[in-house]
Design a protein around this ligand. Structure first.
Ligand code: COA
Ligand code: MG
Length: 289
């Protein structure tokens, strides 16, 4: 999972385009990109689209429902769960408890649909409320369904009353840098993927590429997209390079040949157990794509 493309759930045209975008995951949106009047239509369009396309090998199809406090989440789940999406993206999560609550709801829907319990995965956006951001450490053991955490700056800026999320140089300001860092730490603590947020300037490929490179450097393994043109840029950066794969294999091999070693030297560089863990994580990502 490298690229996750948002598609407004009420747009049949964009949903079709999303299929051919090369994204690893489509995030069929029933939340912010769909107006209140269009939500019933979007639920129906999303359900039909899932039914027709869920058996394709790629992309994986997730639905972003409305948040648990919106009063809309149950109608969203009721509409799409019979079509068995591969997963649900939960926005405005306030803590791991919200993921546990969602998981309990999914148990019921899966039973109705005769699907295996736990087969629907969960991704959560954890920094859209102040409480959620401060609860980044609460996701371990929230649910075995949870496979990734991501973050958002726009909703958080609205709730805290910030006028902008970036400074004059284009860098996120402190609160948003903190939210970004807490997402990396929270995901690592929960042993799930850390997914970087959207880059809204969808015509600026160079800016996107730079943001992807920094995200990959810092521990994110995937990024959200809002436009098909962003997908190839994201996939390129988050696909481990042949060089990185060869190096990881070398480290894994060296430790396998000397299982008692805590530290080894390869080509004049020192490698210890954290390097082995990093190499294994990278190979895990290769296996998953
Ligand atoms: N998924 C699939 N297809 C998309 C798409 C998306 N997210 N965004 C654009 N497209 C399609 C357009 O429909 C258009 O198709 P066409 O050539 O057949 O007309 C093509 O890609 C080029 O789009 P473009 O004209 O550059 O952009 P636009 O003005 O149509 O749309 C946005 C711009 C921002 C409205 C659109 O990209 C979008 O809806 N993004 C997702 C928004 C969203 O889900 N936000 C919630 C999460 S933050
Ligand atoms: Mg939002």
């Amino acid at each position: 999972m490298r690229s996750l493309l948002f598609v407004p759930g009420d747009s049949e045209k964009k949903l079709e385009k999303g299929l051919a975008s090369g994204a690893d995951v489509l995030l069929i949106d029933l939340e912010d990109s769909v107006s209140a009047e269009r939500k019933p239509a979007a639920r129906q369009i999303a359900a039909d689209f899932l039914k027709s396309n869920r058996d394709k090998s790629s992309p994986r199809l997730f639905v972003r429902i409305n948040d648990l406090a919106s009063g809309l989440a149950d109608a969203d789940l009721g509409a799409v769960m019979p079509s068995l999406p591969h997963g649900i993206l939960l926005p405005k999560s306030n803590s791991g408890k919200d993921v546990t609550r969602l998981s309990a709801k999914l148990n019921v829907h899966e039973a109705h649909a005769d699907a295996a319990e736990g087969s629907t995965r969960i991704l959560a956006i954890i920094t859209e409320t102040a409480l959620g951001t401060l609860s980044a450490a609460s996701y371990p053991d929230a649910s075995a369904r949870l496979i990734g955490l991501t973050w958002g700056a726009e909703d958080l800026s609205a709730v805290i009353g910030a006028r902008a999320v970036r400074d004059d140089n284009g860098r996120y300001t402190d609160v948003f840098r903190l939210a970004r860092a807490l997402t990396i730490l929270g995901a690592s603590a929960a042993d799930v993927a850390a997914i970087d947020t959207v880059y809204i300037n969808y015509k600026d490929d160079a800016g996107l590429a730079l943001e992807c490179t920094e995200a990959e450097r810092d521990g994110f393994t995937a990024k959200l997209a809002i436009h098909p043109a962003q997908v190839p840029v994201i996939n390129a950066v988050f696909t481990p390079s042949a060089e990185a794969v060869a190096q990881a294999q070398k480290i894994i091999r060296a430790f396998a040949e000397d299982p008692a070693a805590g530290v080894i030297g390869i080509d004049g560089l020192m490698f210890d157990r954290p390097h082995l863990r990093r190499a294994e994580r990278l190979m895990g990502r290769v296996a998953a794509t």
